[in-house]
Design a protein around this ligand. Structure first.
Ligand SMILES: [Zn+2]
Ligand SMILES: [Zn+2]
Ligand SMILES: [Zn+2]
Ligand SMILES: [Zn+2]
Length: 330
């Protein structure tokens, strides 16, 4: 993610709601698409302090009530506080009276904000379209909550926001990484398959990923959990899980593509690379270079590899297919 500049010249980071240097209240202004200092404005509104920006806003209700969000919402004539465009997409929250749940929910919302913001700017719009996108963040009750996607609705078990539980799951499933942004990118892959591939690009999809009807999803899932991934999965797939079914292959590839794009946008912002982010070949080459460097940074610090995926020849055209789904930005 890029950084932003406060009126005082200090750096601001994506989730900041206050400048640590000058103390100004800051927020993400939807008109300017910038993190910006605020003027106090009227009794129930605030104004972005850029000269060109004249709209009066409110802070998102989740920011005011829980410090979870720094986005602004145009003022409603009623003066009622409202949720921002991203917070509104969450239709089911965990029980916030349970100790610890606010913190877990906050981690989920922040990961969601970061992923949606980058995705929208790379030509994958989250507003509008069919199916409608929504998020449900739920805790296990008598029945376990399965993280997944169905008809535009992305469900995440809030346990995934607990870093100890997530690491146990990561080790048990033998995954090179398991993160909230990773889960969200994967599930958004299923969402965008419904929105941009189903009934529109089926022929190309089948040629690259296989026929999603043969075997059907439940047969494929049963086989994967009985037998595991084929021993040669690395020559065909971006991850072991991608070998389960064409839909999972697409979601894993979609996630890997957005990992690549986000890391390279950051590398460009900090002057590490100077890439055209809409040229596919440049992305692949740039990622190989930045990925090697970033992995060494992580190894220097004793962390897991930042870029565990190796883009073998069979995976590259699948990534290119995801790249081709980008909606041209105006
Ligand atoms: Zn400042
Ligand atoms: Zn503004
Ligand atoms: Zn919000
Ligand atoms: Zn999936």
């Amino acid at each position: 993610m890029k950084t932003y500049l406060c009126q005082c010249g200090s750096k601001l980071f994506f989730h900041n709601d206050r400048c640590l240097n000058c103390g100004a209240s800051v927020a993400m202004c939807p008109s300017c698409d910038e993190l910006t200092a605020l003027d106090a404005g009227s009794t129930y509104g605030v104004q972005c302090n850029r000269d060109s920006c004249t709209t009066t806003y409110l802070r998102c209700k989740n920011g005011v009530d829980h410090g979870i969000c720094n986005r602004l919402v145009p003022t409603d004539p009623s003066g009622a506080s409202q949720l921002c465009d991203y917070c509104r997409l969450t239709t089911v929250l965990p029980d916030l009276t349970v100790p610890g749940n606010i913190e877990l929910w906050k981690r989920l919302e922040r990961a969601k904000q970061r992923v949606l913001y980058a995705m929208e700017r790379s030509g994958f719009p989250v507003e509008g379209g069919a199916p409608r996108l929504s998020f449900e963040f739920k805790a296990d009750t008598n029945l376990p909550v399965m993280t997944g996607h169905e008809d535009g609705r992305i469900t995440v078990n809030i346990r995934e926001a607990d870093s100890v539980a997530r690491e146990i799951a990561r080790v048990n499933f033998g995954e090179p990484q398991r993160t909230l942004v990773g889960h969200l990118r994967h599930e958004l892959g299923h969402y965008f398959w419904d929105r941009l591939v189903r009934g529109q690009r089926n022929k190309e999809f089948h040629a690259l990923f296989g026929d999603e009807t043969n075997p059907d999803y439940s047969t494929a899932m049963q086989r994967y959990y009985d037998q595991g991934a084929p021993s040669n999965w690395r020559t065909e797939f971006v991850s072991a899980y991608a070998s389960m079914h064409p839909w999972e292959d697409f979601a894993e590839t979609f996630g890997a593509y957005h990992d690549m794009l986000t890391v390279l946008a950051t590398a460009n912002h900090f002057g590490v690379t100077n890439l055209e982010l809409d040229t596919f070949d440049g992305l692949i080459r740039g990622y190989a270079r930045v990925g090697v460097m970033a992995n060494e940074f992580n190894r220097d610090m004793g962390l897991l590899d930042l870029v565990p995926e190796v883009f073998v020849p069979a995976v590259v055209p699948k990534l290119q297919f995801v790249h081709s789904l980008r909606v041209d930005l105006v």
